[in-house]
Design a protein around this ligand. Structure first.
Ligand SMILES: *Cc1c(COP(=O)(O)O)cnc(C)c1O
Length: 388
């Protein structure tokens, strides 16, 4: 059979860094070892029942069986605007400043197509969610990575970015609360970022998927749109996935600068036909009435975080106790590279961790734990690791 060769954009994808770990996982499974995966950032808790009810009711309505609008139902966009107002005190015009997404990954992946010409540069803060760089490359753009370092609390060192770099850049991708480092942004950082972006006419892409997974109700993560002047240069991607345990539902939103929202909408108009309206109705229910449930989920993650942190401390593994997100970013023990450590742990204990370098070079020397399994499993996992 003919094997067709892939287009350059696929054959030049960066090397897949988890190949060695996948191989080790298969070996461990073949030995019949009990595997505990702390590798996947996908909530284990179910979607709240009332959201499922809303989907069910929506599915019974024949009006919802036809093509939805690609920008989203007005009622969904209004619910997004209301939620941003109530949560962040940010005013959004649902007609021009909100677009629905088939999950925020879809929107992030499509966004560069709207604004990147071949050869344009996107700055990507790294370690990072891989989609930013790949989507830029798919659009023919070039990526310049900005390292997120522990000594800067994993914030982009804005002073270290030269004016030349700013002048060359078309957009910059940031993500706070951050996956994988769990770092949160300060207001000061966002304000300086916006100032720079306005000075050099650079688009700021904020990935805010984790703002609702926080542990201190008196110090909740911000939306970048809370900052003055943000709408001049920013688009923010958000999602119902992590907040309400809805990763499988595929529903999210992009909000902010109207020309950026419209540009993304133009790509979507030509690629997809929006989200099943019954899912949008479920999304409206989640945004309106989901807060008490989100509160419960946060309490569960907090307990897990504390269990793991105590166990890691006992095992002598250096780590930061996160203020937000359901990840823990830990230092590999002295003398171990990320993938070496992670492969070792997997082979000897059956516990799956994510090597930090898989998210970009500055992630070397770290590994990520995802708090998306129950306490018993977390405790068992860390106890196995500590016996190494
Ligand atoms: C999970 C995740 C997303 C994507 O979530 P969707 O399910 O596509 O809405 C986006 N960014 C980061 C950093 C994530 O971890």
């Amino acid at each position: 059979m003919t094997v067709f060769s892939l287009a350059d954009r696929l054959s030049t994808l960066p090397p897949y860094l988890f190949a060695a770990i996948d191989k080790a996982k298969a070996q461990v499974a073949a030995k019949g070892m009990d595997i505990i995966s702390l590798g996947i950032g996908d909530p284990d808790l179910p979607t709240p029942e009332f959201i499922i009810e809303a989907l069910y009711n929506g599915a019974k309505n024949p009006r919802n069986h036809q093509y939805p609008s690609y920008i989203g139902m007005k009622t969904y966009r209004q619910a997004v605007a209301d939620w941003y107002k109530q949560r962040f005190d940010v005013d959004l015009d649902p007609d021009t400043e909100v677009v629905s997404l088939i999950g925020s990954k879809e929107g992030i992946a499509h966004f560069p197509l709207a604004f990147i010409n071949p050869g344009d540069v996107a700055l990507v803060a790294t370690p990072n969610y891989p989609v930013y760089g790949i989507a830029t490359n798919f659009a023919g753009g070039e990526v310049q990575y900005l390292p997120l370092l522990e000594e800067n609390d994993f914030l982009v060192d804005l002073d270290a970015v030269s004016n030349d770099t700013w002048a060359k850049a078309k957009m910059i991708f940031v993500c706070y609360p951050n996956n994988p480092t769990a770092a949160t942004a300060t207001r000061e950082f966002y304000e300086r970022l916006i100032e720079k972006a306005r000075e050099f006419n650079v688009i700021v892409v904020s990935d805010a998927a984790y703002t609702e997974i926080y542990y201190n109700p008196d110090d909740r993560p911000m939306s970048i749109l809370e900052c003055k002047g943000a709408k001049d240069v920013c688009i923010e991607f958000h999602s119902l996935s992590k907040t309400y345990n809805m990763t499988g539902w595929r529903i999210g939103m992009a909000v902010g600068n109207p020309s950026l929202v419209a540009g993304l909408g133009k790509i979507k108009e030509n690629c997809d036909s929006g989200i099943f309206q019954a899912v949008q109705e479920a999304g409206i229910a989640a945004l309106r009435d989901g807060e008490p449930y989100a509160e419960q989920f946060r309490a569960i993650y907090k307990e897990r975080r504390d269990v793991v942190s105590a166990a890691l401390t006992k095992a002598g593994i250096r780590h930061r106790v996160p203020d937000a997100s359901f990840y823990m970013w830990c230092n590999t023990p002295e003398g171990y590279k990320s993938s070496e450590f992670v492969t070792n742990v997997l082979m000897q204990t059956g516990v799956v961790l994510t090597p930090g370098n898989g998210f970009g070079t500055p992630g070397e020397g770290y590994f990520r734990i995802s708090l998306t399994v129950n306490n018993d499993k977390l405790e068992e996992a860390v106890s196995r690791i500590s016996k190494l």
